[in-house]
Design a binder for this molecule. Structure first.
Ligand code: COA
Length: 151
């Protein structure tokens, strides 16, 4: 029987305390260096209590992040430039949606940079309200209704 090649990357839920440096390195590279988001806006208190997802290469290099706040809000979706367009962001988002369902979220919200609207739409998120400016970039609020968790 032919063997499947091992996946190029892994995606897993991680704890902020244990994986803080890996998560921060991706966000620093994508948001602060590439997108010029001020560091003071990037780091907030929500990290301590949020669920985090980390994508890494087979040899353990961090390449992607996302977080789910306890108020059912997704944010900090980032994939390092060299790894974009290879399914890493989709794998992170799918896992965050699973986590939200397990946590009993019935609605999931996020603020999408407008270039990423199509990315989130593919997962069923729809736009809510007008576009607005956040961290110096145009954004759109988006909402996904989740089925109630089975009892
Ligand atoms: C948005 C982001 C996380 C997507 O990650 P990714 O690993 O490139 O996503 P995937 O490879 O899973 O993409 C899935 C699909 O969405 C599309 N897509 C991804 N990013 C897109 C974008 N910015 N604009 C339009 N389409 C996009 C891809 O083309 C892909 O389509 P395909 O399957 O037909 O090839 C990544 O582009 C990123 O980190 N961007 C910079 C930071 C950022 O803007 N974060 C979002 C904040 S709201």
């Amino acid at each position: 029987m032919p063997r499947m090649p091992p996946p190029a990357f892994t995606v897993r839920p991680v704890n902020w305390q244990a994986s803080r440096e890996a998560l921060r390195s991706v966000r620093r590279s994508v948001f602060i260096k590439e997108q010029k988001v001020p560091a003071a806006l990037e780091w907030d208190d929500a990290d301590e209590n949020a669920y985090h997802v980390l994508a890494a290469t087979r040899d353990g290099r961090p390449i992607g992040t996302g977080r789910l706040r306890l108020d059912c809000y997704i944010g900090r979706m980032a994939v390092v430039k060299q790894w974009r367009g290879r399914g890493v962001g989709s794998a992170i988002l799918a896992l965050l949606i699973d986590l939200a369902e397990t946590e009993g979220c019935t609605e999931l919200r996020l603020h999408s940079q407008t270039h990423a609207l199509e990315f989130y739409s593919r997962f069923g998120f729809g736009p809510v309200g007008e576009r607005f400016e956040e961290a110096g970039m145009p954004h759109q609020a988006m909402l996904l209704r989740l089925p109630p968790a089975p009892r």
